[in-house]
Design a protein around this ligand. Structure first.
Ligand SMILES: Nc1ncnc2c1ncn2[C@@H]1O[C@H](COP(=O)(O)OP(=O)(O)O)[C@@H](O)[C@H]1O
Ligand SMILES: [Mg+2]
Length: 258
């Protein structure tokens, strides 16, 4: 891990009219670190993730991102064009519903290849070879390369979405309930796969989940949200094994249905 945070989040708030989306969130994310954001439905997880990934404009606060050249840039003072470049090159975003992150009517190979073309690769043979390699990395049979994702199962679609996001070697990946829509048996396999890839590639990631087992398996640190506020934040094992806040204790003891 480098000695400088990748992301510095300070007093980030988002209000929808007078309703709180998230309020006064501050933290640092380190290179190679996976942070889980947990909490019940409506606690502000998606709002926070969307602000961090600049898909949503926060009401107040700022987020500094350490660029590849080592300089920090304020994400909300960048131009729209600069943000788009970041999203295409440095970042990935894995949606809960794979259909939101894939193009359902172009081939699996094109879904992955498109991202390579977006970062300037123009060599058809190489793009196809890399796409094929990534399909096998996410355990999709390479003879499905010309099939469209609408012909795939939910688990395969999600694995394809992950390949599409990781093929360009991003430094930071945002995930919103990546296993949310899947059967339990499919979830376990996907989690294993994501965990392996994140650690092999040394990725930093921010993973939103209402499932504490997902946080346990994937994250180094976690933040617990309630009503838009971060009420507890610490190393994942510490928070889950020795929760300090009564609300986290309830979450962990599964008394609350989230
Ligand atoms: N587009 C929106 N307009 C108004 N209120 C919203 C909007 N999106 C979310 N909210 C509200 O913000 C709060 C946090 O929601 P959200 O971030 O979706 O939580 P979570 O992802 O934890 O379920 C909730 O009270 C929700 O109703
Ligand atoms: Mg959500």
């Amino acid at each position: 891990m480098s000695d400088m945070p990748l992301l510095k989040v300070r007093s980030l708030s988002k209000f929808y009219g007078n309703r709180i989306g998230c309020h006064d969130v501050s933290f640092d994310l380190w290179p190679g670190e996976v942070l889980a954001i947990v909490g019940e439905s409506g606690s502000g997880k998606t709002t926070l993730l969307n602000c961090l990934s600049t898909r949503l404009m926060p009401s107040t606060g700022d987020v500094q991102y350490r660029m590849r050249d080592g300089d920090y840039r304020d994400l909300f003072r960048m131009s729209e064009a600069e943000r788009r470049v970041l999203m295409r090159t440095d970042w990935g975003f894995v949606h809960q519903n794979p259909a939101d992150g894939l193009r359902m009517t172009v081939s699996a190979g094109a879904n992955v290849g498109e991202r390579l073309m977006a970062v300037g690769d123009r060599h058809y043979g190489r793009i196809r070879a890399t796409a094929s390699e990534w399909l096998s990395r996410v355990e999709i049979d390479t003879d499905r390369i010309d099939d469209q994702p609408r012909a795939f199962s939910g688990g395969m679609r999600q694995r394809l979405q992950i390949a599409r996001n990781l093929v360009t070697s991003p430094r930071l990946v945002f995930m919103d309930e990546p296993t949310g829509g899947l059967d339990v048996s499919v979830q376990a396999r996907l989690l294993d796969l994501v965990r392996g890839l994140v650690s092999d590639l040394g990725l930093s990631a921010i993973v939103v989940t209402h499932d504490l087992a997902v946080a346990r398996l994937l994250s180094h640190r976690m933040m617990v949200m309630k009503g838009g506020h971060v009420i507890e934040h610490g190393l994942t094992d510490r928070v889950l094994d020795d929760p300090r806040e009564p609300y986290t204790q309830l979450l962990v003891s599964s008394i609350l249905q989230v």
